[in-house]
Design a protein around this ligand. Structure first.
Ligand SMILES: Cc1cc2nc3c(=O)[nH]c(=O)nc-3n(C[C@H](O)[C@H](O)[C@H](O)COP(=O)(O)OP(=O)(O)OC[C@H]3O[C@@H](n4cnc5c(N)ncnc54)[C@H](O)[C@@H]3O)c2cc1C
Ligand code: SF4
Length: 521
C-alpha cells in the first residue's frame, strides 16, 4: 500500500516516543513535522530570523514559537523537529499518583505508568541541579519556603539537562561556551554540559538540553525511521487498508498525498485537536469522531507573578529556566492545588551583544570585553524574581471551528471557549502564594492586572481536546490512544491528557506514549 507502515504526525513528546518504539519493533515509520530541523547554528537567537510560526502563512513564516491568541486564553507552542522539547524549560517530572484516581480510563493508573516514567527519565538523562550550582532564584525559593514554614515542600526539580559538577559561578566568564564539556550520548550524538547561560527557551547553544531530536528521534532514525521537516498534515481520510494524508510540503510549496496502515497524530493538544476538528466538521472525512472532541481542555493552571527586590540580585536571565519547586499539590491551602516554581527567561539583549562581538571578530578586544562586563552588571532584570507555577484547574475549555468576520459563510476558524471560573480557585491560590512568598522574603509584587481585571491567562502547557476515556461517550480515544470508531488511527500527545496535572506535563505525555507503544502490536 505504501512505503511506510506507520505515519506519525508531529515530533514532540508523544510523536518522538511513538516513532522510537514503533521503529524499534520493526515498523517502517515516517514522521511528518511541520516545523524546521533546528541546529545551534540557525536558532532564531543566532540567525536573528525565524522567531515566529504563522499558522495562516506557514510557507513564509515557519519559526520557533507558535503563539496562539484565543481571547481570554493564549497558548505558546514549539514548532520543529523535537516539538516542545526545543523550547521547553527542561523540567521532566512525574505527576502525583492521586492525579490518575479520577477522570482517567481505568487502565491508566500511576502504578502502571511508573515503569514508563522511569524509562523516560533514563532516555531524557534527567538530573537535578548540582548543589554547588544553585542559582540566586533557587536560593530565594528555598529561603521563602523556610520563612513560611514550608521548608519540607521545597525541592530541586528533575531536569533533562546534563550538568558538569566541576562548573561553578566563580569561573572567569562562567557562561562562556568554552566551559561546556563535550560528551557523546547513548544515541551516539555529541552534546555539551550546561553553562547556565539561561537560553533554554530559545535554544541551548551547547546542546546541554537533552532534547528529543538528540535521543528518542535519534534512536528512531537509527532504526530506520524517516523524519521529514516542514511537512504539515492538513487532512486525514480513511482508505482501504488504512488512511491517506493530505500533506503540505512547506519548502517545496506543493501538496502531496501519503498512505499508511496506521497513523499516529501527535501534533500536540492544539494541533491534534484542530486537525481532527477539521476532519470531522470542515472536510467531513472522519464524521464518526466522538462528540467529546475539543471538549475538556485545560491550561494546567499556569501563572506567573513578577516580584521586585530592592536589595537582592536574582538575575533571572542566568541559570536553567526552572530549577526548583514548592509543592502545594496536596490542597492544604484552602483546597487549591498548585506547584510553585521559579521562571527564568533569556537575556535577549546580552545575546545580541554576544553575537555582535562574535560577528565582528571583536570579541577579544578590550572594548568588547568592557562592553560585555557592563552588560553583565547592568542587566535591567537583575532584581526581578519571576514566580511561576501550575495549578490543578478544572478542564473548562472547548475548541471548535467557528466563523470569521470576512467569510461568515465558512466555519473554519479555530476557536477556544474558556470558562475562567473553572480555573479561578486553583489559579488564585497559586497567585496568592506568590505574593506570600515575596512578602516573606522582603520583595514587592502585585498580581498582574491581566488576571486581576480581565481573567486572561497564557499557557505553555495546553492539555486535552482529544481526551482519553473508557468510552466514546466520555472521550475521543481509548487508553492506548486509539480513536473510537477508527481502528489504527491513534492520538498520542498532550491532547489525550484528560485532567490538569498541576505541574509540567512532558514526562507524563512521554510515559503515556511509552505505555501505548508497548501495547501496540
Ligand atoms: C516556553 C515553554 C516552556 C515549557 N517548559 C516545560 C517544562 O519545563 N517541562 C514540561 O514538562 N513542559 C514544558 N513545556 C510544555 C511542553 O513543551 C509540552 O507540554 C510538550 O511539548 C507537549 O508535547 P506534545 O507531544 O503534546 O506536543 P509538542 O511537543 O508540542 O509536539 C507537537 C509537534 O507537532 C507538530 N505539528 C503540529 N501540527 C502539525 C501538523 N498538522 N503536521 C505536522 N506537524 C505538526 C508541532 O510543530 C510540534 O513539533 C513548555 C512549553 C513552552 C512553550
Ligand atoms: S542554561 Fe544554557 S547551557 Fe544550560 S541547558 Fe539552558 S540553554 Fe543550555
Amino acid at each position: 500500500m505504501s512505503d511506510f507502515d506507520t505515519i506519525i504526525i508531529g515530533s514532540g513528546f508523544g510523536g518522538a516516543v511513538m516513532a522510537c518504539r514503533l521503529a524499534e519493533k520493526g515498523a517502517r515509520v515516517l514522521v511528518l513535522e511541520r516545523g524546521r530541523r533546528w541546529t545551534p547554528n540557525d536558532y532564531p537567537s543566532v540567525s536573528k530570523r525565524h522567531w515566529l510560526w504563522d499558522e495562516q502563512a506557514p510557507e513564509r513564516r515557519n519559526g520557533w514559537l507558535d503563539f496562539r491568541y484565543f481571547g481570554d486564553m493564549s497558548v505558546a507552542l514549539g514548532a520543529g523537529v523535537g516539538g516542545g522539547s526545543l523550547i521547553y524549560a527542561n523540567v521532566s517530572i512525574e505527576a502525583k499518583p492521586e492525579t490518575f484516581e479520577k477522570g482517567w480510563p481505568a487502565a491508566i493508573r500511576y502504578d502502571s505508568l511508573k515503569p514508563h516514567y522511569d524509562t523516560v527519565g533514563q532516555m531524557m538523562a534527567v538530573q537535578t541541579l548540582p548543589e554547588n550550582q544553585l542559582t540566586p532564584r533557587t536560593r530565594l525559593m528555598q529561603e521563602a519556603a523556610a520563612k513560611i514554614g514550608a521548608a519540607d515542600r521545597f525541592s530541586l526539580v528533575p531536569q533533562a539537562v546534563t550538568f558538569d559538577p566541576q562548573w561553578h559561578y566563580g569561573l572567569e566568564r562562567p557562561h562562556d561556551s568554552r566551559h561546556s564539556k563535550t560528551w557523546i550520548n547513548a544515541q551516539g550524538r555529541s552534546q555539551g554540559t550546561c553553562i547556565h547561560c539561561g537560553n533554554c527557551d530559545i535554544g541551548c547553544p551547547v546542546q546541554a538540553k537533552n532534547t528529543l531530536d538528540l535521543n528518542y528521534l535519534a534512536d528512531a532514525e537509527r532504526h530506520g525511521a524517516q523524519v521529514r521537516a516542514l511537512h504539515q498534515v492538513r487532512c486525514i481520510t480513511p482508505v482501504a487498508g488504512g488512511y491517506e494524508l493530505q500533506v503540505r510540503d512547506l519548502e517545496g510549496r506543493r501538496d502531496i498525498r501519503l498512505q499508511a496502515e496506521r497513523v499516529v497524530i501527535s501534533a500536540g493538544s492544539v494541533g491534534s485537536t484542530e486537525l481532527l476538528l477539521r476532519c470531522r466538521d470542515q472536510y467531513r472525512t472522519l464524521p464518526k469522531l466522538s462528540a467529546m472532541l475539543g471538549k475538556g481542555w485545560t491550561s494546567n493552571g499556569d501563572f506567573l507573578t513578577p516580584a521586585w527586590y530592592a536589595d537582592r540580585e536574582i538575575s533571572p536571565t542566568r541559570g536553567p529556566t526552572i530549577s526548583a519547586a514548592i509543592d502545594f499539590l496536596d490542597g492544604s491551602e484552602g483546597g487549591a492545588r498548585f506547584f510553585v516554581e521559579d521562571g527564568g527567561f533569556p537575556d535577549l539583549l546580552g545575546n545580541l551583544m554576544e553575537k555582535g562581538s562574535r560577528h565582528y571578530r571583536l570579541r577579544n578586544t578590550r572594548a568588547a570585553r568592557a562592553l560585555m562586563r557592563t552588560s553583565d552588571r547592568s542587566d535591567p532584570a537583575r532584581r526581578l524574581m519571576p514566580w511561576f507555577g501550575q495549578a490543578v484547574d478544572e478542564p473548562g475549555g472547548e475548541f471548535s471551528l467557528g466563523r470569521r468576520w470576512l467569510t461568515p459563510w465558512r466555519k473554519d476558524r479555530l476557536k477556544l471557549a474558556w470558562d475562567y471560573r473553572k480555573a479561578e480557585q486553583a489559579v488564585q491560590g497559586l497567585a496568592d502564594m506568590h505574593i506570600k512568598l515575596t512578602e516573606a522574603t522582603g520583595g514587592e509584587a502585585t498580581t498582574p492586572a491581566t488576571w486581576r481585571w480581565f481573567r486572561n491567562l497564557v499557557t505553555p502547557h495546553p492539555l486535552g481536546g482529544c481526551n482519553m476515556a473508557d468510552t466514546a461517550a466520555q472521550g475521543v480515544v481509548d487508553d492506548r490512544g486509539e480513536v473510537f470508531g477508527y481502528p489504527n488511527l491513534f492520538v498520542m500527545d498532550g491532547a489525550v491528557v484528560p485532567t490538569a496535572l498541576g505541574l509540567n506535563p512532558s514526562r507524563t505525555i512521554a510515559a503515556l506514549a511509552e505505555q501505548a507503544a508497548a501495547r501496540i502490536a
